[in-house]
Design a binder for this molecule. Structure first.
Ligand code: ADP
Length: 198
């Protein structure tokens, strides 16, 4: 499939863009059950970074699934393809010099590892939202757990589909961390990484 494709050498590189932006670029990847707080924390994180003059972009499960990935469902194969595309999209934004905040359930270890390899391990920060199922179900932000319990949704992560927790996340947050606390914890983890060094 990749026959006859020749990679173009661009004059302006990722390093040039990082230098111009005055900060490094990388992917902060939020994984966890639906309702665990991925969207909430990633948006709060973006606000803090944006207010500090950092160029950012949020990629979120629901937006991506309504657009570029709208032809994909929730089978293991489609979830893998969903993640592969997310990795490639995130990589383009990292290439463009931005700090990307990505909020996806991403239940399989192998898919998260694939994303890590696509963007490069040095550009990948994994944030595990370890909010337990009970709390996610209590919040039931989108009413999905209720539907899943009633058998109206198949392949619901945590109920009828597996979630493989990260073994060595860079940051692990729980439901006992407030939004502000969570942002501070992540910020202290990425503070040094934000500095661009040639
Ligand atoms: P996800 O993106 O993981 O599906 P959301 O961010 O959409 O999760 O939903 C999490 C919900 O939980 C939001 O309604 C948020 O206001 C609420 N919430 C309550 N406490 C917290 C907390 N400590 N951290 C994150 N979200 C929280």
């Amino acid at each position: 499939m990749v026959k006859n494709i020749i990679q173009q050498e661009f004059k302006i590189t990722r390093e040039d863009r990082r230098l111009r932006n005055g900060h490094n670029s990388f992917l902060v990847f939020f994984t966890g059950l639906s309702g665990s707080g991925k969207t909430t924390i990633s948006c709060a994180m973006e606000e803090k970074l944006h207010n500090e003059g950092i160029k950012t972009f949020v990629l979120d499960g629901d937006n991506i699934r309504q657009g570029i990935n709208k032809n994909l469902g929730f089978s293991p194969e489609d979830r893998s393809e969903n993640n592969r595309r997310i990795g490639e999209i995130a990589n383009l934004f990292v290439e463009a010099g931005l700090v990307v905040l990505a909020a996806f359930i991403s239940p399989y270890k192998k898919d998260r590892n694939n994303i890590r390899n696509i963007v490069g391990p040095e550009n990948f920060i994994e944030v595990y939202m370890s909010t337990d199922l009970e709390e996610c179900e209590r919040r039931d932000v989108k009413g999905l757990y209720k539907k899943a319990r009633a058998g109206e949704i198949k392949n619901m992560t945590g109920i009828s589909a597996p979630y493989e927790p990260p073994e060595n996340p860079d940051v692990k947050l729980t439901q006992f961390n407030s939004v502000e606390e969570s942002v501070d914890i992540i910020y202290s983890k990425i503070k040094d990484k934000l500095q661009f060094k040639r």
